[in-house]
Design a protein around this ligand. Structure first.
Ligand code: ATP
Ligand code: MG
Length: 138
């Protein structure tokens, strides 16, 4: 399905009270919220979720950060959902993110960068299934 993606509003955004503003920003970009909830990742979940980065030097810090507090996870729907969410988020490093993007507005650093978004349709399907039951993804 090329009209679905998955997002995590990261611990820094929850800590800073930006969850509602980020959800409103995403709705303003035309995303429909299919499913969503607050959760806290276990270390095993965070390691599995970011397994693609397991050989990178920042992996342990990334896992520690993503488990440091609650997050808000959502399944989102829109035309061209994956590329449009990536555009709406901005570059990984908030300092390099285009003006008006979620990371430029709310990110603090390359680690505390406000939001995650799936990077392909295949990963969007995997990540949605990681957090939501099929019965929730309707
Ligand atoms: P995400 O997967 O969270 O949406 P992304 O796709 O923009 O972010 P990735 O390359 O997948 O970026 O990296 C995953 C996460 O790892 C980034 O969001 C960031 O928090 C962290 N990260 C990436 N590169 C670095 C780095 N050089 N130093 C520290 N942390 C990094
Ligand atoms: Mg990524």
């Amino acid at each position: 399905m090329n009209n679905r993606t998955f997002t995590i509003i990261k611990p820094d955004s929850v800590e800073n009270g930006n969850v509602g503003k980020i959800i409103a920003h995403l709705e303003g970009e035309g995303f429909r919220i299919v499913a969503g909830r607050m959760t806290r990742l276990s270390t095993d979940q965070a390691r599995a979720f970011y397994a693609v980065h397991s050989k990178r030097p920042f992996y342990n810090d990334l896992v520690a950060y993503m488990t440091s507090g609650p997050v808000w996870v959502m399944s989102l729907e829109r035309d061209n959902a994956v590329p449009h969410l990536r555009k709406t988020m901005g570059a990984t490093n908030p300092a390099e993110a285009d003006q008006g993007t979620v990371r430029a507005l709310y990110g603090e650093s390359i680690e505390r960068n406000a939001i995650h978004g799936s990077d392909s349709d295949e990963n969007a399907a995997i990540e949605n299934a990681f957090f939501f039951a099929a019965s929730e993804l309707i």
